[in-house]
Design a protein around this ligand. Sequence first.
Ligand SMILES: *Cc1c(COP(=O)(O)O)cnc(C)c1O
Length: 366
Amino acid sequence: MKRKYPCVDVDLAKLTHNVKTILGLCNKIHIDVAAVTKVFCADRPIVEAILQGGVTQVADSRILNLKKLEDLQCKKMMLRIPMISEVYEVAKYSDVSLNSEIATITQLSHAAKDLNKIHNIILMVDLGDLREGVLLGDVMDTVKKIVKLENIKLIGLGTNVTCYGGVIPDKENLGKLIKLKSDIEKIFGLSLSVISGGNSSSLYMAINDTMPGEINQLRIGEAIVLGRETSFGLTVPNCYEDVFILKGEIIEIKSKPTVPTGNIGMDAFGHKPDFEDKGIRKRAIIALGRQDIRVEGLSPLDKNISIFGASSDHLILDVTDSKQEFTVGDIIDFKIDYGCLLAAMTSPYVEKYYIKELTYSLHRTA
Ligand SMILES: *Cc1c(COP(=O)(O)O)cnc(C)c1O
């Protein structure tokens, strides 16, 4: 088969391995994992590799993605608090959704009624990160309204941190969620089965054994796909960080100066660029650009290659110090971060290829 570039190689065996590892880590302390599929747009082969790792619940922020998974026999969670305009689809295609607005939850109840369903929700509580969630002081009042809704079942509380405010989850902020749960159970005579204690940034507490005992669910995306927890950016023990490798093709290679000639105005993105004079360097242009990737999130696997910059469709590399002699048509491999993966998987210009057999022994590229 003739390959197309740019492309992402997805090593499904490594991915399944990461899922098994993280699931083992979490199940040991009675935590269930909802595997988050949004960064790869719930791409079917990738979702299937994740399910092979043993998770029973997938989570996504887009209802279109969950709809694509309709036929799969796993629980589906809607991660982003729903738009009122999509409540019907949310009730139809998800088994549980995260929520923070009573107006939306009320509409969800009506939609669920139309569908002859009871829709499960997890009430999101803002513990200080300032993205979604009811403020602590408003939780009881919100629960009071939720329990009156006919077709809604409140199954638990959840929180999301380290997304907007960079707040790190710990015993103290998660403790507030746990206290709320027991207060709600007492006051309303409810039993809440889920305390959803965050995303990949909460994983470090499972690793160093400091997770508060009552937390029984995590929603994990990045740690599964990139093998990293996100509070401190550390590798998850025994996980692969190179499940996804981006590949691009050289379309020009020439030795040129490092400082442009002429009066310097704005670049294509409205910034006035700054250049360090490194003399004449061998520059390779890759057919790949800001339309497909986040340049700051790329790291060439060859440590002797560095990145000069990029425009919409051109990525310019410094290959002077590489031990390899590159020519036009050669392929360069990159490790990618979360933002870059998100862009690559969303770009229709980036081809996706799947590797199914575990052909490598476990190694890490630091
Ligand atoms: C994206 C998202 C997650 C997963 O975050 P990762 O850092 O990728 O683990 C979990 N919960 C919510 C609400 C999200 O939006």
